[in-house]
Each structure stands twice: as structure tokens, then as C-alpha cells.
Unconditional design. Structure first.
Length: 153
């Protein structure tokens, strides 16, 4: 193995694994926080409705509506951004990249015949591209092909 192999591992592969790990943890934290806020707000709706708010002059009558709005916004954000699925997708990508690294360094699996840096790069870049393609808003190959075909027509 040459120094270039380790440059790719250090500069690209390890950096991507670290990024996917951080991004996965951040997405999971966002998801959990919003889920807890959603649960608290939804529960607060029923509690404030069950209370006779006329007895509590400091609590406005529209308090249940505020909690309901908070719960609805939390649900919409959780659905729109799907941070839980993003966390899982990024975690899988990090583990897949680590696996390729280990196989390369131990000369196992597809690298059994000896370390092939080009194969490592190809396999790792495929994993990275596949994760990017699954992101919300990412355009797949079919969309790119149809756009190119429209441009040619």
C-alpha cells in the first residue's frame, strides 16, 4: 500500500465516516426533541381542556389552541424532514464505509487478492453517492436522464 492509499483513507474515508456519524447523531437528537415536544404539547391540550379555565384567570382561554398548534407544527416538521430516517440512512453509510476500510486494510472480501486502492475508492464513492441519492429532494438518475432528453429535444 502506498501513501496515497492512506491519504484517501485519512482525507476522504475517515472524514466521511466522522461526518455521517455526527450528522446521524444530530438528526436523531432533532427527531427526539421534536417527538418529546409533540407529546408534551398534545398532552397539554387535553389537560388544559379538562381544566375549567374560567377558574384560572391567568390562563387564557385560547391556551389549548396554542398547544394544539405546537403539536401540529411538530408533527409537520417530523414528517417533512424525517430526521429519524436520515439518522438511520447516515448511520448505515458510516458503517458501510468503515466496513470497506476494514476489508481493504485486512485484505479480505473483494480485496483478498491484494490491496486495490481503485476498488476501495470505487466502492466507497458508490456508498456515498447512494446515500446522497436517497436524501429528500435528491434527483435520481431517471430525473437526470429525462431532463437531459428534454434539453436535446
Amino acid at each position: 500500500m502506498s501513501d496515497g492509499d492512506f491519504d484517501y483513507i485519512r482525507d476522504r474515508l475517515d472524514e466521511r465516516v466522522a461526518w455521517y456519524t455526527r450528522a446521524s447523531e444530530a438528526a436523531l437528537r432533532r427527531s427526539r426533541r421534536l417527538q418529546v415536544l409533540n407529546l408534551v404539547a398534545a398532552t397539554a391540550v387535553s389537560v388544559t381542556v379538562a381544566l375549567d379555565l374560567t377558574d384560572f384567570r391567568r390562563i387564557p382561554n385560547y391556551t389549548p389552541a396554542i398547544f394544539g398548534t405546537i403539536a401540529a407544527v411538530c408533527s409537520a416538521l417530523l414528517t417533512r424532514f424525517d430526521w429519524q430516517a436520515a439518522a438511520i440512512r447516515r448511520r448505515v453509510a458510516a458503517f458501510s464505509l468503515q466496513r470497506e476500510r476494514w476489508l481493504f486494510l485486512t485484505q479480505a472480501g473483494p480485496f483478498e487478492g491484494g490491496p486495490d486502492p481503485r476498488l476501495l475508492v470505487e466502492r466507497c464513492e458508490e456508498i456515498i453517492a447512494a446515500e446522497r441519492a436517497l436524501r429528500p429532494g435528491a434527483r435520481g438518475d431517471d430525473a437526470r436522464r429525462s431532463t437531459a432528453a428534454e434539453g436535446e429535444a
